[in-house]
Design a protein around this ligand. Structure first.
Ligand code: BGC
Ligand code: BGC
Length: 656
């Protein structure tokens, strides 16, 4: 090598060294800059700037780790240390159905929330967390909240204005405890009543579901964006949750795309128009493919066709039902369109899997930015940066007189009178002795159903409210004797002297797949009770507490009156209002009542001009009542529902 060449080589080497060092320094400098806390006057902290400007400023300052944390939602039960909110830069925490704070009081919830929020605010960028819960019929996990009827009962009211007020009341009770994100309303369209989540839906009719769902969203989200009682709604579960084969929870909905969208997707249009900012994806599959991994359903249909530009939240651990390794599951779901993952347990693993996916280029940095942008937009719009802590002044609304009256009104309006022989109802003023009986007559927990205190609900008078027995005692005219026996055996003597028997029977609480049934017969205990009390003389009024229509065709002759009360919640007094005629029944079936188990699934098929879904029922037409049944052949009769969609009696003759 000659000198000239050697010096060239040397200078090249030097240049390379300098360049490498420069690159190293600037990399380190960038990291150092990124990790320095932003100045207190950083644009994203300025509430006078537009949300877009704040989001872009903040996003530009975030490291990959900070972005991935935002996309992570952890159940409080799995958070090993509250400080992990700060350490892992978590974007959200939730309380699932079984994750109440040990101190289940308004302050207990608010303290829990404020503590976690403090951790989030202590991070470099101080991005507040969002705390999510299932307040699906009032602030139902809070001990002694106002518990409203489940959606199926609200569907019977057909009253969007009432639904909006209930959502507003729920938002206020939530906000007092720091909870600003609700995983509701459920706007699935239950088409097979064997499904254990039937009661979470408003109706088998997508249009009614859409109207009431939109009303609920308005109720939660009413008010200026910085108002501390603005609660984020989450219509769920996109899409087809109510259409699974056999009504199996988390099962397969086998329909052509157009029908899936028409029947199960259409309620999301009014929901989006009403301002929905988050939508929860559904556990179910569509023609064998899990919705959580379906880019066509999450992105092509929901975002592109429906124009939804908010955040898509996964359901509880649902990503891990996708095929493949954890890395493949995560990649598929995030690529398909999931923005935030309700992990809900192993957040460390989710974050490190995501990091690897981004670092190896499998997941694009743009997709991450897109997801984080959607999440931050909501946090800014809700005013969380300005008011991150619980506004405890709203606690005054919890079980306020106004909310109790609203609950009672909702119960009244949700009752559907299905049968009323010889004007058994309303109960006469001069009735001497009412005997109240049945497993659920004195059981507020059974009235409330699933998603109350616990995921699967509770039994007994363990939450504030009025049981039906108490309500009847409260409302009975002066001088009326009201006796009670929960079971037949100990009630036999008393019952013999009664002028009227009120039997409260139905379904014990359940939620999700635990409520799936292949047969919806009345429970054997309830059938035995009816046999025991119906002596052919004393009139029997049945109040049915259930999340769906039960098969009771054979027992109907033993019921002089039958009231479908659904799952009315804490305010049993509303049931007495109707029994005693202070209010006339006005509810209408939001769902078809089957005559037999073989008939299920059966529903009015609005798209096809009001015919039954079963071919053999088509000829019989829609809306045939019991009265005209005699003109039908046994086969035609067997194909008809016991009570059609929309059925409901009033107290005036001809009042249907
Ligand atoms: C349910 C959702 C619920 C979530 C959080 C899931 O199992 O499907 O409806 O919001 O849990 O509790
Ligand atoms: C429910 C959660 C519940 C959990 C109990 C989930 O499927 O949605 O809310 O707490 O199961 O394991």
């Amino acid at each position: 090598m000659n000198i000239a060449r050697r010096s060239l080589a040397l200078s090249l080497l030097t240049a390379l060294l300098i360049l490498t060092t420069a690159a190293c320094i600037s990399h380190e400098q960038r990291d150092a800059e990124a990790l320095a806390p932003p100045p207190s006057d950083a644009p994203y902290r300025n509430p006078n700037l537009s949300t877009d400007a704040r989001v872009e400023d903040l996003l530009g300052r975030m490291t990959l780790e900070e972005k991935l944390g935002q996309m992570t939602q952890v159940d409080i039960g799995y958070l090993s240390d509250p400080r992990d909110v700060g350490r892992y830069l978590l974007g959200s925490v939730l309380s699932g159905g079984n994750s109440n704070p040990a101190d289940n009081s308004p302050d207990g919830w608010a303290d829990l929330y404020d503590d976690l929020q403090q951790q989030a605010l202590g991070t470099r960028l101080g991005i507040p967390i969002l705390y999510g819960i299932d307040a699906v019929h009032g602030h139902n996990n809070l001990q002694d909240a106002t518990v409203f009827p489940h959606n199926i009962g609200l569907g019977a009211t057909r009253n969007p204005e009432l639904v909006e007020r209930i959502a507003r009341a729920t938002a206020l009770e939530m906000a007092g405890t720091g909870m600003r994100w609700n995983f509701g309303p459920a706007i699935g369209v239950p088409r097979d009543t064997r499904w254990g989540r039937t009661y979470e839906g408003f109706s088998e009719n997508p249009q009614l579901v859409g109207d009431l769902g939109a009303a609920a969203i308005r109720g939660y989200q009413t008010g200026a964006s910085t108002e501390s009682a603005w609660v984020l709604a989450t219509p769920k579960h996109w899409v087809g949750d109510g259409g699974t084969e056999g009504g199996i929870d988390q099962g397969d909905t086998a329909l052509p795309l157009a029908e899936l969208v028409e029947l199960h997707g259409s309620p999301y249009r009014p929901a989006i128009a009403a301002g929905a900012r988050v939508i929860m994806a559904s556990y179910n599959s569509w023609n064998g493919e899990k919705v959580h991994g379906s880019r066509s359903l999450l992105t092509d249909v929901l975002r592109d066709e429906f124009g939804f530009n908010g955040m898509i939240l996964s359901d509880w651990g649902a990503i891990y039902q996708l095929p493949g390794s954890e890395s493949e599951q995560t990649l598929q779901a995030i690529d398909a369109g999931i923005d935030m993952n309700m992990v809900p347990d192993d957040y460390r693993s989710f974050i490190s899997t995501m990091r690897t996916l981004v670092e190896t280029g499998a997941l694009s940095a743009e997709r991450i930015d897109d997801a984080v942008r959607r999440i931050l937009t909501i946090k800014f719009d809700m005013g969380l940066f300005e008011e991150p802590f619980a506004d405890r002044s709203h606690q005054a609304t919890i079980r306020s007189d106004e909310h109790l009256e609203l609950g009672r009104q909702a119960v009244r309006e949700s009752l559907v009178l299905l049968r009323n022989e010889n004007e058994t109802l309303p109960i006469r003023e001069d009735i001497g002795h009412i005997h109240v009986t049945g497993r659920f007559a004195d059981d507020i927990g059974a009235q409330a159903g699933g998603w109350t205190i616990d995921w699967q609900g509770v039994r007994g008078n363990v939450i504030a409210g009025s049981s039906i027995r108490q309500a009847i005692t409260n409302a009975a005219p002066d001088g009326t004797e009201v006796s009670f026996a929960g079971s037949t055996a100990d009630g036999a003597d008393t019952r013999e002297h009664a002028d009227l028997i009120v039997a409260v029977i139905g379904e014990a609480p359940y939620a999700e797949f635990e409520g799936d049934r292949n047969n919806l017969n009345l429970h054997p205990t309830d059938r035995a009770l009816l046999e025991a009390v119906s002596d052919g003389e004393t009139p029997v009024v049945v109040v049915l507490l259930s999340g769906r229509p039960l098969v009771l065709t054979d027992q109907l002759p033993m019921m002089d009156a039958l009231v479908a009360a659904w799952l009315p919640g804490s305010e049993g007094d509303g049931v007495a209002d109707v029994l005693f005629g202070t209010a006339a029944p006005s509810g209408r079936l939001p769902i078809t009542w089957p005559r037999s188990n073989d008939q299920i699934p059966i529903q009015r098929d609005g798209d096809r001009g009001g015919l039954w879904s079963r071919d053999d029922a088509r000829a019989a037409g829609y809306g045939v009542s019991e009265a005209s049944d005699s003109s039908l052949s046994p086969d035609e009769l067997a194909a008809l529902p016991l009570f059609p969609y929309g059925f409901g009696l009033g107290y005036e003759p001809g009042d249907k």
